[in-house]
Design a protein around this ligand. Structure first.
Ligand code: ADP
Ligand code: MG
Length: 180
């Protein structure tokens, strides 16, 4: 086990993943509030799932989380780890909500909603999904392509951006005012 780096909780676990963890602060241009930043690089889907498991520590409900990144970046893969950590679903049972749009995974401590807005283009279409009804003290919304709608960019607690950096390498950046 590695020594925990200051301001980088979970570093010991990340060492096992051969991942870098950087911790800085930046001012969000929109809200002018200081936001913390964590960045790691994973080298396989399994590492991203493992990182999703460690991320679950940051996700005490209620939360609205934006998952950003191109198709195939690893957003759904990350949710596998998060859902498993919450004992809400087995990794292999977490699949892309591309067509169903919302997948619900109920765990003993939180209800997870994995949402894919790739096919949703207008506020009216968004309305029909009734996402506001899913928000409760007990819920965590994990939204792919949520940045298409400015209200989610404003309301989000945490943003996780995944970037493809080669066949199996992904750079994952977490931004939020409550990243410890
Ligand atoms: P998204 O939800 O962003 O469209 P998916 O998670 O569905 O992406 O797909 C990511 C694909 O990339 C999967 O086939 C996965 O096995 C592959 N992959 C390869 N390396 C990684 C990695 N380091 N992290 C996540 N996925 C990876
Ligand atoms: Mg996906």
């Amino acid at each position: 086990m590695g020594t925990a780096a200051p301001g980088c909780p979970g570093r010991a676990k990340l060492d096992g993943l051969r991942s870098r963890c950087r911790y800085t602060g930046r001012v969000n241009a929109q809200s002018k509030t200081k936001e913390a930043l964590r960045e790691i690089t994973t080298h396989s889907a399994d590492e991203t799932i493992a990182f999703g498991r460690t991320l679950a520590e940051l996700l005490t409900p209620p939360k609205l989380v934006l998952l950003r990144g191109d198709l195939g970046a690893g957003k759904t893969t990350l949710v596998k780890g998060i859902a498993a950590a919450f004992e809400a679903a087995a990794e292999e049972d977490v699949t892309s909500p591309t067509f169903t749009l919302v997948h619900e995974y109920r765990g003993p401590h939180a209800n997870l909603y994995h949402i894919d807005l790739y096919r949703i283009d207008t506020p009216r279409e968004l309305e029909t999904l009734g996402l506001d009804d899913l928000r409760s003290d007990n819920s965590i919304l994990l939204i792919e392509w949520g940045e298409k709608f400015p209200r989610f960019v404003r309301e989000r607690d945490l943003e996780i951006a995944l970037e493809r950096d080669g066949e199996n390498q992904r750079r994952i950046t977490i931004t939020g005012s409550r990243v410890p």
